[in-house]
Design a protein around this ligand. Structure first.
Ligand SMILES: [Zn+2]
Ligand SMILES: [Zn+2]
Ligand SMILES: [Zn+2]
Length: 293
């Protein structure tokens, strides 16, 4: 490599691994949240993925979380020459879009930032204040995604939204397949259950290099008194069984403040023994280099 060459990598960077409420969660007195208040190193931003194309000088975010300010800063520190070129949203639960408040006239007042969303999510933003003002004033440029149809984000990055079943009060929910020049990543922070999805998780995972999956709860024990069939997320125990042997790198994200996977311990060892990791903020994957397998 010559000394003057600019970095050309295409990367995906994990910028948060917590469930919508973050860690610590507001007002929560559980041990995990108390410890996280005492030790900032234990705090966790809400799940968010960044994509960077250094040759194009562009970056994107999947979801605008309540931690958007800090996450955008972390992204700009990581890739200072790659200003934000767009945001793609998964769904209308607060952990995934409330960070849009930072785009409007009270704050950054961005202009025509491409905002990718499903038709229902786009309609929700267009029709409901305060989000409607972002559209009306041209802070964002809504780009409607059609499930299953790939869109090109930049010269070397493509995104395919896949509709997944999830509580749909205000919008439907997308997971995303990210495709770089050489490697593919699947990002699915929220889904009600793998059985309720038309696709087979093992098959989806086997076709990508990296899968970042809904790991909200490790087991039903985290929610004493709750019927396990009523928990609207797959349990890590169930996910582990489905991806066993699928190959590629699998990591759990979107961890609830109650989730023991947030800390080292037997639960992490249990998933590790099944070939599954836990996501951590700052993890980075090159999408422009062939995978190891
Ligand atoms: Zn969520
Ligand atoms: Zn807590
Ligand atoms: Zn959700």
């Amino acid at each position: 490599m010559s000394g003057s060459s600019k970095p050309v990598s295409v990367e995906a960077i994990l910028l948060g691994v917590a469930q919508d409420g973050g860690v610590p969660q507001a007002g929560c007195a559980c041990d995990c949240c108390r410890e996280a208040r005492a030790d900032p190193a234990l705090r966790q931003w809400t799940a968010c993925l960044a994509l960077v194309d250094r040759a194009a000088g562009q970056s994107w975010l999947i979801d605008a979380t309540p931690d958007y300010r800090e996450q955008l800063h972390a992204l700009q520190e990581h890739a200072p020459d790659c200003p934000l070129a767009g945001i793609a949203l998964t769904h209308a639960h607060v952990g995934h879009y409330a960070g849009l408040i930072h785009l409007g006239r009270e704050a950054a007042n961005v202009q025509d930032l491409p905002l990718y969303a499903s038709a229902r999510m786009a309609g929700f933003l267009r029709e409901n204040a305060p989000w409607s003002q972002l559209v009306a004033l041209g802070n964002v440029d809504l780009r409607v995604l059609i499930p299953g149809q790939e869109v090109q984000l930049g010269p070397r990055l493509w995104l395919t939204p896949l509709a997944v079943p999830h509580r749909d009060e205000f919008s439907d929910t997308m997971a995303y397949l990210v495709r770089g020049p050489e490697r593919r990543l699947f990002y699915c922070p929220d889904i009600d259950g793998w059985d309720r999805w038309a696709r087979d998780l093992g098959q989806v995972v086997s076709r990508v290099d990296v899968a970042l999956l809904d790991g909200t709860f490790f087991s039903a024990d985290e929610l004493p008194g709750r019927d396990v069939t009523q928990i609207p997320h797959p349990l890590a125990i169930d996910t582990a069984e489905r991806v066993a042997g699928a190959g590629g790198e699998v990591r759990l994200i979107h961890l609830n403040h109650s989730n023991p996977l947030l800390r080292p311990g037997p639960e992490r060892e249990w998933v590790a023994a099944r070939g599954i990791g836990v996501g951590a903020t700052g993890m980075c994957w090159r999408l422009d280099e062939p995978g190891a397998v």
